[in-house]
Design a protein around this ligand. Structure first.
Ligand SMILES: [Zn+2]
Length: 374
């Protein structure tokens, strides 16, 4: 990660706080009453450690749910800052956070401390990359994907399979929400519910071509919260020692468009068992983890960053339509220029881009991922 990334660790209160006066059996009484959790389950949650990768809408919702549920330790990892357009759906942030452009991981940590001061939250203002993934994820019992890009999801998948660490995929865009549990080979599971397929078993390669993002296709907060609710419910089952209850499907909902017989449009496909032919969990080739497929990004002087990680044809006319609402766009046969002050993105027909107005690689990558796709 770039030199300006920093880690912010939770500080335990040095003086008694209001939260410290709330006994756990009172705070969590309604959850303990729920037969699926009970007093034993609650104790297991207190001892558990969950890492959440991404602290945007899905990550903030998942972090809020896990914190209120009493998961003892949370690690929050995010490379971005709070902006006014986040407030429509990112439940842990407020107007002051946006005015201060507070890093999301730290803003989330502070907000969680106001409603559950009894748990420990580690906030990492970082991009998750091969060089820091072990330090960030190794202490966790479970990893929740709340990223907005496939590059990071394949990195998480590589790491999880390599280390036998479970993770839960979640995604939301437009009015659509999807999630899937990945229980990789090598993790401790009872004989009657063995490992599942990994992300690469189902989708050997990240999607090619431009990918819609929340910044181009929009997003309903309700879709995000559904994805986080489904994801966190599975997390609670796992953390309370009930892996036999975990869903073994990739489930997705379209919350907006009625499906057959006017019902909620839902698709659910069995993820199945690990594929021996899978490059990741079958052949144990961790190309994302070793960085072989790592993006090629270079600082290219004059206050600009070049991103040449994505090799894919770009349809400039379609791209202009997508971007028009977000800034000024013009293009010719060779390149498209997208101006959204203070940054200007110049996109070439092979997907290469130069982002002017910053020398911060993380800022340039975030801008590219938001508007062009990951
Ligand atoms: Zn696999």
């Amino acid at each position: 990660m770039s030199a300006n990334s920093h880690h912010v660790h939770a500080v335990h209160p040095t003086s008694p706080t209001v939260g410290a006066t709330i006994p756990a059996d009172e705070r969590y009484s309604r959850q303990i009453l729920f037969a699926g959790i009970g007093a034993t389950g609650q104790q297991r949650l207190a001892a558990a450690h969950v890492a959440i990768v991404g602290c945007g809408a899905t990550g903030a919702a998942a972090a809020a749910l896990l914190a209120r549920a009493g998961v003892g330790t949370l690690t929050l990892i995010d490379r971005d800052f709070v902006e006014p357009s986040n407030l429509q759906r990112q439940v842990l942030f407020d107007e002051q956070d946006a005015a201060d452009a507070l890093p999301k991981a730290e803003a989330a940590r502070r907000k969680i401390a106001t409603f559950n001061a009894d748990i420990t939250v580690h906030a990492h203002v970082s991009d998750l990359v091969p060089g820091n993934i072990h330090a960030l994820l190794q202490p966790a019992d479970l990893v929740l994907d709340a990223t907005d890009n496939f590059e990071t999801r394949y990195l998480i998948n590589d790491y999880a399979v390599a280390h036998g660490l479970p993770w839960i995929y979640a995604a939301a865009i437009g009015g659509y929400a999807a999630t899937m549990n990945v229980l990789p080979v090598g993790m401790a599971l009872p004989a009657d519910c063995g490992p599942t397929a990994c992300l690469a078993c189902l989708f050997p390669k990240p999607p090619s071509g431009p990918v819609e993002t929340c910044d181009t296709a929009g997003i309903l907060a309700t879709a995000v919260n559904l994805a986080a609710s489904l994801q966190v419910t599975e997390a609670l089952k796992y953390l309370t020692g009930q892996p036999h209850l975990l869903r073994r499907t990739l489930v997705s909902f379209d919350l907006w468009t009625p499906g057959e017989r006017a019902g909620l449009e839902r698709s659910e496909i069995r993820t199945g068992t690990p594929d021996p032919a899978c490059a990741v969990c079958g052949q144990r080739q961790f190309t994302h983890l070793t960085g072989e497929l790592r993006p090629h990004i270079t600082l290219c002087g004059r206050n600009s960053v070049q991103i040449h990680e994505h090799h894919r044809p770009v349809d400039f006319a379609a791209m202009q339509q997508r971007l028009a609402a977000h800034g000024s766009v013009r293009f010719n046969d060779l390149l498209l220029r997208f101006e959204r002050p203070p940054l200007t993105l110049t996109l070439f027909s092979d997907g290469r881009a130069i982002i002017q107005g910053t020398t911060d690689v993380a800022v340039a990558r975030t801008f590219y991922a938001r508007f062009i796709g990951s």
